[in-house]
Design a protein around this ligand. Structure first.
Ligand SMILES: [Zn+2]
Length: 363
């Protein structure tokens, strides 16, 4: 990938290389980075950010659900000179358990304002057993349409952390909304793609953007079609990236890996990555017309041979491949049949519509 970003989280980068947890760091006066471990996950840790307020602290994200993670959050907050009960406000970048996961446990100790985007918040409200069963059935049906074999279509979906029964989200943030944190000038940026309600948070006065999983320095975030997403998540992501490219060149404080500068360069690298991937998938369908998304997933390249991927990783690979195919259908490059599974072929001249470019489809 041809990016020329500048790593600014030097101690984080060293810790990454040494496979240890980075230190709690004060990134700006009153702005702290708190690494919270993700036991057993190759991402290793999520970076929670704490902003000091006149009467306590505000958090951006909370961390993974494990006991070890909770302890790291409690200890990290103590290292800032505060207590877990001082948390007054929590903004969540997106619904995934490494970001939202500790919210229910935090609510057992204190009662902060919880804010996130409605597209993600609606999945996190308390769900009864019937609703969970329906969600599982939707996910299974989707995987059948993609042509997943039985062992992959059995989603292994065990549910994730949600709001406690009776507790609703306090604030549903929209694009551009200020967080109204005294002493800070943070506003939300809606960056759908990784999830339908993904938010970044920018404070131009402090010269920082909290990028969540939208932009990470090294890896490309997973963009997948699934029941919690909008219809064309990769198209949303490409638009979000194009918008991020227009932002002032502030320091990026991501949720994983390490801090960096060079937002526009990072965006360019990610756009190139997805265009290469789209080209590879187009070629794979051309080589095997009437194929399923699963067939394509098996034939394109992965970081290791496809046969070596676990069932969970192969399901993730399938959803990611499918997200690219949906973009190619929107651009008029591929067509798919109805029916289970969908069968994909190159668009013939008569079915080809005018391709939509990223700029044209920008909101
Ligand atoms: Zn994450």
């Amino acid at each position: 990938m041809t990016t020329t970003i500048e790593i600014t989280g030097h101690r984080q980068k060293e810790s990454w290389a040494q496979k240890v947890l980075p230190p709690v760091e004060e990134v700006r006066p009153g702005l702290w980075s708190i690494p919270v471990p993700m036991p057993g996950n190759p991402l290793r840790y999520v970076l929670v950010y704490a902003l000091v307020l006149p009467d306590g602290i505000a958090l951006i994200d909370t961390g993974w659900t494990a006991d070890e993670s909770w302890q790291a959050l409690v200890d990290g907050i103590r290292a800032t000179g505060h207590d877990i009960t001082d948390v007054r406000h929590v903004s969540i970048t997106h619904l995934h358990p490494d970001h939202f996961g500790l919210v229910p446990r935090l609510l057992e100790h204190t009662d902060p304002v919880i804010a996130m985007h409605r597209n993600d918040a609606r999945h996190l409200r308390y769900h009864n057993d019937d609703e969970l069963a329906r969600q599982l059935a939707d996910m299974q049906a989707e995987l059948d349409i993609m042509g997943a074999p039985v062992e992959v279509a059995e989603t292994g979906f065990v549910g994730f952390a949600r709001m406690p029964k009776g507790r609703t989200m306090d604030v549903e943030l929209d694009d551009g909304d200020p967080l109204n944190l005294p002493g800070w000038n943070v506003r939300a940026l809606w960056t759908p793609g990784h999830t339908a309600g993904h938010l970044c948070f920018i404070d131009e006065d402090a010269g920082v953007i909290f990028t969540g999983d939208h932009l990470l320095p090294r890896i490309s975030p997973n963009i997948s079609t699934n029941a919690l997403q909008l219809a064309n998540p990769l198209a949303d992501y490409l638009v979000s990236l194009a918008q991020t490219e227009q932002l002032p060149d502030v320091e990026a404080l991501p949720s994983h890996e390490y801090r960096f500068r060079g937002l526009a360069d990072r965006v360019t690298g990610l756009l190139e990555h997805h265009e290469e991937r789209l080209a590879e998938i187009t070629a794979a369908v051309a080589a095997e017309p009437e194929c399923t998304a699963w067939d394509v997933t098996r034939s394109v390249t992965w970081s290791r041979p496809f046969e070596q991927l676990s069932v969970d990783l192969s399901r993730m690979a399938l959803r990611e491949t499918h997200a690219h195919m949906v973009v190619l259908a929107q651009r008029g490059v591929l067509v798919s049949s109805d029916g289970v599974p969908n069968r994909w072929s190159p668009a013939t001249a008569s079915t080809t519509s005018t391709p939509t470019t990223i700029k044209e489809s920008a909101r």
